[in-house]
Design a protein around this ligand. Structure first.
Ligand SMILES: Nc1ncnc2c1ncn2[C@@H]1O[C@H](COP(=O)(O)OP(=O)(O)O)[C@@H](O)[C@H]1O
Ligand SMILES: [Mg+2]
Length: 259
């Protein structure tokens, strides 16, 4: 069975892309078949895995053809994924920026990714699919949420992080996506970018109160994470110490939560 998880928050910089990249890499290291889908035109996830198709191709149409774009428009199917760190990746490109406008002109496109992934699911090729979203509540995020079984919220232990995660949790639970995707579930969140401060510890308690449980706590590591992005290497591959260990622990908690 293939489980589809969308990593989401309307807030930017909360470690959506880092969480999608590192959790996927951790599951792939354990032998699971993972497909990563970059649905954010900023392409941070793709670039942080060493794939920059806006650099690779001169023509915008060529980069667009390697993204989810044609499948969403209904003009083509999903591209053949790249292999990166024992995972499959459908990368993003700045050309995805225009999709939001296209969806506005034909609202059925908001289900385009879901339909495309129904086929991937039926093929049984993957245990897990992760979709990384852009920080909005707009149509690109909706497209990703309608394609998913569950939503994973990265929450930094601060006011911005908790506000965004609480809002999305209640939006899903109040049935915002109910009519088009009745099975969408909210997973326990991952606490990200956690500094060693009293304020952060207070927010950790609040996060526990709101969500009941979390998939674990990722510490703020200002050396490691920017380096992972810079070198295009997931944390569990770049680091052999505590940084890797805490990501592997989150992956264990994820497996337990979805079983
Ligand atoms: N645990 C962490 N410690 C330090 N920096 C981090 C950590 N997690 C993410 N970052 C950095 O924070 C920034 C935002 O992360 P990113 O995953 O791109 O967020 P988002 O996708 O939510 O916008 C990036 O520069 C990333 O390298
Ligand atoms: Mg991102």
């Amino acid at each position: 069975m293939t489980l589809i998880t969308t990593v989401h928050s309307y807030a930017g910089g909360v470690a959506k892309s880092a969480t999608a990249r590192d959790l996927s890499a951790a599951l792939a290291i354990q032998g699971y078949q993972v497909l990563l889908i970059d649905a954010d035109h900023q392409a941070d996830l793709s670039v942080s895995l060493g794939v920059d198709i806006d650099e690779e191709f001169v023509q915008a149409d060529d980069s667009f053809a390697h993204t989810i774009g044609p499948a969403v428009l209904g003009t083509g199917s999903l591209p053949t994924p790249r292999r990166v760190f024992e995972m499959a990746l459908i990368p993003s490109s700045i050309t995805l920026y225009n999709l939001e406008k296209e969806i506005k002109s034909d609202v059925s496109m908001v289900l385009g990714l879901r339909y495309a992934l129904d086929e991937v699911r039926a093929s049984g090729a993957y245990d897990f699919i992760f979709i990384d979203t852009n920080p909005t509540l707009g149509d690109m995020a909706t497209l990703a949420l309608l394609a998913a079984d569950q939503v994973l919220l990265p929450v930094p232990p601060n006011r911005k992080g908790l506000r965004a995660a609480t809002f999305i949790k209640s939006r899903v639970e109040k049935g915002h996506y109910q009519r088009l995707n009745p099975q969408l579930q909210v997973l326990p969140p991952v606490v990200t970018q956690t500094p060693n401060t009293t304020l952060a510890r207070n927010y950790l308690r609040e996060i526990d109160e709101v969500f009941g449980e979390t998939l674990g706590v990722i510490k703020q590591r200002p050396g490691l994470y920017p380096m992972a992005m810079e070198r295009g290497i997931p944390v569990p591959h770049l680091d052999q110490g505590e940084g890797r260990a805490e990501v592997m622990t989150v992956a264990q908690a994820f497996l337990k939560a979805v079983r």
